[in-house]
Design a protein around this ligand. Structure first.
Ligand code: RP5
Length: 168
């Protein structure tokens, strides 16, 4: 059990600024839960050397979980996972050409030995990547556990308090 550090413990990277529209939903949840994070663009194809440097240095800088979002030929999460033992959560960004099926299959179908925890396509996957990060960190950091449990309780109560589907 530890106090939540002031320095980032979750790294949220994405292949392009165009992924921000999706990945901001991960950031929103991390902020709600008080999880220290960092975020930046790291492209598997356009900045491959930066990808290697980021993945190799992450553990030493105190990062405990990496969330990687990418679309299309989405090699970012898998290549990051290949260069670090840290858990990597992959978010398939919904591509224009193939609606994210390309992203999903690129990220999910890893060879045995190098896992990527693959989330759903798009906004739901981004939000859930942050919630899953919080779950992974919750037994070490009591404040994150408390925030996560409160988030879930509030979500449940909101649904129970509004059972009429005709009312928005
Ligand atoms: C991937 O290619 C990115 O993750 C993004 O989803 C996709 C398109 O990138 P842009 O052409 O919009 O920069 O590398």
């Amino acid at each position: 059990m530890s106090n939540t550090p002031n320095t980032p413990i979750v790294g949220v990277i994405m292949g392009s600024k165009s992924d921000w529209e999706t990945m901001q939903h991960a950031i929103n949840i991390l902020e709600q839960l008080g999880v220290p994070y960092e975020t930046e663009v790291v492209s598997a194809h356009r900045t491959p050397d930066k990808l290697f440097q980021y993945a190799e240095a992450a553990d030493g800088r105190g990062i405990e979980v990496i969330i990687a979002g990418a679309g299309g030929a989405a090699h970012l999460p898998g290549m990051v996972a290949a260069k670090t033992h840290l858990p990597v959560l992959g978010v398939p960004v919904q591509s224009k050409a193939l609606n994210g099926m390309d992203s999903l299959l690129s990220i999910a179908q890893m060879p045995a030995g190098i896992p990527v925890g693959t989330l759903a396509i798009g906004k739901a996957g981004a939000a859930n990547s942050a919630l899953l990060s919080a779950s992974m960190l919750s037994n070490k950091y009591p404040a994150i556990k408390e925030a996560l449990l409160a988030f879930r309780k509030n979500q449940t109560e909101t649904v129970l308090d509004n059972p009429d589907p005709r009312e928005q």
